[in-house]
Design a protein around this ligand. Sequence first.
Ligand code: FAD
Length: 496
Amino acid sequence: MRIAVGGGGIAGLAAAFELEKIRRQGADLEYALFEAGDRLGGSLASDIVEGAVLERGPDSFLTEKPAAMELCRELGLGDQLVPSNDSERKTYIVIRNRLVPLPDGLMFLVPTKLLPTAFSPLFSLGTKARMAMELLHPPTPNGYKDESVAALVERHYGYEVVDRLADPLLSGIYGGDAAQLSARAVLPRLVEMESQYGSLTRGMLASHRQARRRPPPSAAAGDGTGSARPARSALFTTLHGGMQQLVDALTARLNPASVHVSTPINALERDPDGWRVDAGGFVSIYDAVILALPAWAAAALLGGVDAQLSEDLAAIPYSSSITVNLIYDQAGLNLPEGFGFLVPPSENRAMLACTFAHHKFLGRTPPGKAVFRAFLGGMRNEALLAEPDSALAAIVRRELREILGEEVFGTFAEPEHVQVSRWRRAMAQYAVGHKERIQRIAARVKTLPSLRLAGNAYDGIGIPDCIRLGRQAARELMADAAIAPPTASQVSSAVS
Ligand SMILES: Cc1cc2nc3c(=O)[nH]c(=O)nc-3n(C[C@H](O)[C@H](O)[C@H](O)COP(=O)(O)OP(=O)(O)OC[C@H]3O[C@@H](n4cnc5c(N)ncnc54)[C@H](O)[C@@H]3O)c2cc1C
């Protein structure tokens, strides 16, 4: 069986890794991974500069979604996992150039602790009164119609919570806009709580109580690798040498003859024997295809195969973003504790968020150095992508000085190193109606049994979901072809 995988981001790499394990087991399987760019990893990319890890793209993954952690362990990276420094897990919102900490007890945008919310300078008195009244919100009648996150949050807590919480948090995660993102796709838990309890605060408190009553998972019910779980309870996990370590470990496990960088899939057609794939100008026939591409790229390839499928894929919006990493000498700084800050749109700044990377993950920055990781762009400010690196660095430095003030930066603090990275149309936006669109896409893909789609456009934009979907795509094709998955001992010999 011959399989073409399009896209060497984390989803395509995870799919290829799964296929490689089965190939090594002796299955009659050949695969080819085609990546348009000159490197593998897609959005995952990091460098080590002056001993500091600089993440150009994602800096970590959510610990509670197991797929990324499991893959790291399977690749022998268990001892490289670094938990977030949760003892210092404080996030600030910038309000008129002041850092205001998020009040304790906020869960998925929902305030669950009375006193910290009541005393927080983040919200006005009117908003606090509205938060108290929210406890009386009646359940929604059956037949919830999808709406934006902004609409859902505003109905419950008012506009200020959209501006100061929902928008900054979502632009930090999705580079997105709360007025466009789908509540059902992005915050399904809140939608369920509203239909059951009416009040989101009551719903969140009830779910918290239930979670506390559940017994903790037994230590024996681990991941089967027997490795220590240093990062288990931390919110985020990263790798000691940066997310690039995951890309490098995956690449090292693949068959070099199967990996083709700087080789875009240019065209895709159905063929009586499967699929005719033009990759980098060479045409070959494959029995099956996994497209682990941005939805807009998959749409372009599938236009002649299934117009409806292509149209739905093309309609998934994408945002672009910019990361600016700056290394400073800590001697001139007086930074508050915490992971960093988020900037509401009403502050009218270019910066969307900034991570204090040396606080968030310990041991990845040399002693005495500080790393700031600023985000710009997003749905509201794509024009910034056209600015030269020097202008972007100057904007970030000016805004950092204005937000953090002279007490943090002194008067003359200069960064020792600046790194700018642009991510064009990299982040899928789950807009209102996303779930229905994904159902239509899945139904069309079912009519093309030897095609699978994977990547951040469908069922989760984070790294764990992309890994899950990539591996699942490969496994499904193997199951359809009645090729058995490898046993545990075959897996360990394949990865060693
Ligand atoms: C700045 C930034 C910060 C982020 N932070 C986090 C974070 O901290 N935690 C987290 O979990 N997630 C984060 N994300 C999201 C996460 O990194 C991405 O959703 C995920 O990496 C996407 O993986 P993917 O394989 O679906 O797509 P991509 O990484 O976009 O890979 C798709 C690949 O397809 C290639 N391609 C396109 N067209 C073709 C073609 N015709 N033929 C062949 N190849 C083609 C592209 O070159 C690309 O390499 C972040 C994303 C960005 C951009």
